[in-house]
Ligand binder design. Structure first.
Ligand code: F6R
Length: 640
């Protein structure tokens, strides 16, 4: 047990009885990053006052970006000095040039070193350019340099979905030293976004070993977003196994795990709180516990017995809300009422038991889609129903999505365009040369980006037309934060929010749909979500909002948990075929793979996910459908 865990009082320790690492969970990544940055700053200052060097172990990736941003701010605004700081980075791809925008050398300078006063000679990053035969010596020197600096005072870590720390992939030994390693295929898939495709990701890396990391006097591991939830559960609650290298940290007595709510969601104290503390039962929690029990016992809702509840730590729920028969009916009815073939409400029907109200009819519906195509992937079936049921559907594409258009696709279009349009106002030769000379990951010129934007717009129009959406109802917002030409996006500004507000005020919708993913705190979907949340705050006195409901769909990473769902829209076999055709109209995206071990195209993944959802409802004892799309209501009335 780590020292910090041992110091907790008994109630807190019991609540965390499944956790073998000291863990703190914060409201969001920004708040948590600030706390980590504060600790680093305090350490630097304390060491400075003692006349000592402060030795920091640093990580790259999306997890520490907020910490670096805050440290830079403290340097610029509060005079925090890094003159007494020595840094050792965890890892670097191999082979890779420093100047390459994907190198960790580049990353560290862009996010931290270029903006602070650390002496260049105090910075150590594994070198991706040493000759292969010299790598062994280089790694030994790296270890020696850490020892000579006095060892690492504080090591910052992220965690990969394989459970890697540094690039110590599954199978790494607890005593492993700094060395060259081969990257896991899941890690390569996760890095594919940065390198524009999997083929471009280096297969190897130089990394500090687990043994090197374990010698640090203090370790802080950070993880944000729901895509980390499952590996975080294994790292914190699982047994120590070399298949999940992060579990080795359980042997380190001064490690702290810092999480946002989404990354912590699978820990026992959040996912199944009734197992570790007394809970206040309400309908939602009863539903969550009952569905958990169904999954655990592989039983449909209506077959659960008092004994099932009692044997599985739900005895007090049966005492206060039971017997089992009543609880089963309550939960069954909750689910039943959430299933509707009328996502826009059923006109002239009693709507007291339905997720959407009957009036007004028809409704104006505004669907926000982070990229062109997300709309069809997530809710093509529902859009089809809304149109067929006579609602006025508008779609607002929040970003251009241009960086996801492959150069080959542009070349094809150029060939076509060159042959038909003589007076086109783009310099075709120039773009062609740019494409021919560009390397994966290079920033596209403005004209190329414009072409890629048009390609995605043409595809989106075609998909919307196929589902019967009026062309005048398609809005391309091209939000400015996205237009960096690279994977890394700019921060949201007023210009972005204004676009959303204008779209809302133009349509005055009765229903809004948006991507509710909180997967990647720095990703496009998260920013698109934030922009809509901020816009809703801004329009909260507009009268149309009183008659508007907001529904969240989920992006590709993870479907909603059925226990949270407010509206489930069945999709028939015929509708699912239509959905697939609508997705295929986004032809530049057809080959984009879902990053994961199963190597599946995203479109296939989306369709399979809808089918899997239907199977889950069937297993719970609900009607058997071909596929189901899920939505959670965004509580605007509780806002502002
Ligand atoms: C980075 C590193 C990796 C990352 C991990 C998580 O230097 O060694 O272990 O910390 O892959 O990456 P992100 O933070 O991008 O999710």
């Amino acid at each position: 047990m780590t020292d910090q865990l041992a110091k907790l009082d008994v109630i807190e320790r019991l609540e965390r009885k499944y956790e073998k690492l000291f863990t703190n969970v914060y409201e969001n990544a920004a708040v948590a990053s600030k706390i980590v940055a504060d600790e680093i700053a305090a350490l630097i200052q304390q060491k400075y006052q003692q006349g000592e060097k402060c030795v920091l172990g640093l990580a790259t990736g999306s997890s520490p970006i907020g910490v670096y941003r805050e440290l830079v701010r403290m340097h610029q605004e509060e005079g925090l000095s890094f003159k007494n700081v020595i840094t050792f980075n965890l890892d670097e791809y191999y082979p890779i040039e420093r100047e390459n925008v994907q190198s960790y050398w580049y990353f560290m300078h862009e996010h931290l070193f270029n903006h602070i006063d650390i002496p260049a000679e105090n910075i150590h990053i594994p070198d991706g350019t040493v000759a292969e035969e010299d790598v062994f010596d280089f790694c030994q020197q790296y270890e020696t340099a850490i020892r000579q600096a006095g060892g690492i005072d504080l090591q910052i870590l992220g965690i990969g979905r394989t459970g890697h720390i540094g690039f110590n992939e599954p199978g790494s030994g607890i005593n492993s030293p700094t060395r060259m390693v081969t990257l896991d295929s899941l890690t390569i898939a996760d890095a594919a976004g940065d390198f524009h495709s999997e083929e471009n990701v280096p297969r190897k890396a130089i990394t500090m070993g687990v043994g090197t990391i374990m010698q640090s006097r203090r370790i802080i591991l950070m993880a944000w977003g729901e895509k980390k939830a499952s590996i975080i559960k294994q790292a914190i609650e699982g047994p120590v196994v070399d298949a999940v290298p992060a579990t080795y940290l359980q042997h380190h007595n001064n490690t702290e795990i810092v999480l946002d709510r989404e990354a912590a969601a699978d820990l026992v104290r959040f996912k199944t709180p009734w197992l570790v503390r007394q809970v206040q039962w309400n309908d939602r929690l009863i539903r969550k516990a009952t569905l958990w029990l169904c999954e655990k016992l592989n039983k449909p809702i209506l077959k659960l017995t008092n004994r099932d509840y009692n044997d599985n730590s739900l005895g007090d729920m049966v005492v206060s809300h039971g017997p089992a028969y009543d609880i089963n009916l309550l939960v069954f009815n909750m689910l039943q009422k959430s299933i509707t073939g009328w996502p826009g409400g059923k006109p002239d029907a009693d709507d007291s038991q339905r997720p959407e109200r009957a009036k007004p009819y028809p409704k104006r519906v505004l669907v926000f889609s982070p990229h062109p195509g997300d709309d069809m992937l997530a809710m093509g079936g529902t859009i089809n129903r809304l149109v067929e049921q006579g609602h006025e559907v508008f779609v607002a594409y929040q970003t251009s999505g241009n960086i996801a258009v492959d150069d080959n696709m542009v070349s094809k279009y150029l060939y076509f365009t060159e042959n038909i349009a003589e007076n086109l106002k783009v310099d075709i030769k120039k773009i062609n040369n740019e494409l021919l000379s560009s390397n994966p990951g290079d920033i596209d010129g403005e004209e190329t980006r414009r072409l890629k934007t048009y390609i995605r717009q043409a595809e989106a129009i075609s998909a919307c037309r196929f589902l019967g959406i009026d062309e005048k109802h398609i809005l391309f917002l091209n939000m400015p934060f996205y237009e960096t030409g690279t994977i890394k996006k700019a921060s949201l500004t007023n210009n972005d929010i204004t676009q959303i507000i204008e779209a809302m005020r133009t349509v005055k919708p009765h229903q809004i749909y948006l991507a509710g993913d909180l997967t990647d705190p720095h990703g496009t979907h998260r920013k698109c979500f934030d922009s809509i949340a901020q816009a809703l705050d801004n329009v909260n006195t507009d009268s149309w909002l009183n008659d508007c409901r907001v529904w969240m769909y989920h992006g590709t990473w993870k479907e909603w948990d059925i226990a949270e769902v407010d509206m489930a829209v069945p999709v028939s076999p015929e509708e699912l075929r239509k959905k697939r055709t609508a997705i295929f109209r986004h032809s530049s995206q057809k080959e984009v793979m879902f990053p994961g071990p199963d190597n599946m195209e995203i479109w296939r993944f989306a369709i399979e996910r809808n089918r899997d959802t239907a199977i889950k409802y069937d297993k719970l004892g609900m009607a058997e459908y071909e596929a189901i799309e899920l939505f959670v209501e965004f509580p605007i009335n509780e806002k502002g």
